[in-house]
Design a protein around this ligand. Structure first.
Ligand SMILES: [Zn+2]
Length: 315
């Protein structure tokens, strides 16, 4: 297996060659030899001149296939040189990449770049992963809306418990020294938040949250420490600083790079930020890129699915 490029510059040079793109992806997708993505047959030949493979089990249509079939790249006319460069950038740039920056960097339209980023975020999405355990912090935050004074807003909401109609509620859970999970939730009600906690955190874990009443009752299954924000200091281990650090990373990325995000798309930005956060330690840019590239299979997103605009196509 060819080793992966070490830097963005190396990646751009290496993936300028279409054969390198195919080999790189095929080696990782099919380490034991190419498999037909439609029928699973290993009886596959190469059509080298066209950069395609041919399933020799001809009993099914579309027996010829490219490396893009069955991945986030399926049906895209954009070359793998651009796709893999974009993947490198998104997996590694701390604050993400805007569709405008990507469009300028790659020479594609902003609309294409936006769609590429949405598909790439799908590849960054973590699946499975088991329960968080040990010491776990949980917290909610609000994204979006027009408020300029988030501090006062946040305080007000801690008192009233409302998020405002123009805000999206995001719920996050992080294992100290481990992984974060963040997702959009419909509200901050007890049932909503506690369902998420129980689905993601191992019973018996130490759980830290603020004093929101929705967390009441979790002490039956967890060693629940509650932070009183009315006092200015953190009580030893009882804090949600790790979760709050993640929120600042997320908000810096959103306000600095993306300017505005429709609530409908917010979960993809959460997946993107969580990918970089969860893979920040003991990993090189190259490692993160290879990990992202290993997650392209079995995921697909059509333009209509991303935008809700049926009948419109892109790229
Ligand atoms: Zn086949």
């Amino acid at each position: 297996m060819a080793s992966a490029p070490k830097t963005l510059q190396e990646a751009i040079i290496y993936f300028a060659d279409a054969e390198n793109c195919r080999t790189f992806l095929a080696d990782r997708r099919w380490p034991n030899g190419v498999v037909c993505p439609r029928c699973g047959s290993k009886n596959v030949g190469v059509i080298k001149s066209r950069g395609l493979w041919q399933c020799k089990d001809r009993s099914h249509p579309k027996a010829q296939f490219s490396i893009k079939v069955g991945t986030i790249f399926e049906d895209s006319a954009i070359g793998l040189d651009k796709w893999l460069t974009a993947m490198w950038m998104l997996a590694n740039f701390k604050n993400g990449v805007s569709s405008h920056e990507l469009a300028r960097s790659l020479g594609v339209t902003q609309k294409s770049a936006w769609f590429m980023l949405q598909r790439l975020r799908l590849a960054l999405q973590e699946t499975g992963g088991g329960l968080l355990s040990g010491e776990v912090e949980v917290d909610e935050t609000f994204i979006g809306g027009k408020s300029r004074n988030m501090h006062i807003e946040k305080r007000r909401r801690r008192i009233t418990g409302t998020g405002g109609a123009d805000k999206t509620v995001v719920f996050g859970m992080v294992e100290r020294g481990g992984k974060v999970r963040a997702q959009v939730v419909p509200d901050r009600r007890k049932r909503t938040l506690q369902t998420e906690v129980r689905a993601n955190v191992e019973a018996g874990a130490a759980l830290y949250s603020d004093a929101l009443l929705s967390y009441d009752g979790l002490e039956r299954d967890y060693a629940h420490g509650v932070i009183d924000h009315a006092v200015e200091y953190a009580d030893g281990a009882v804090h949600t600083n790790t979760m709050e650090n993640f929120w600042s990373l997320l908000k810096r990325g959103i306000s600095g790079t993306y300017i505005s995000i429709e609530p409908f798309h917010l979960f993809r930005y959460l997946d993107e930020q969580a990918f970089r956060y969860n893979n920040r330690k003991d990993m090189t840019d190259s490692d993160r890129f290879v990990l992202a590239a290993s997650q392209i299979v079995g995921k697909r997103l059509t333009y209509a699915e991303v935008t809700g605009k049926v009948g419109e196509t892109i790229n």
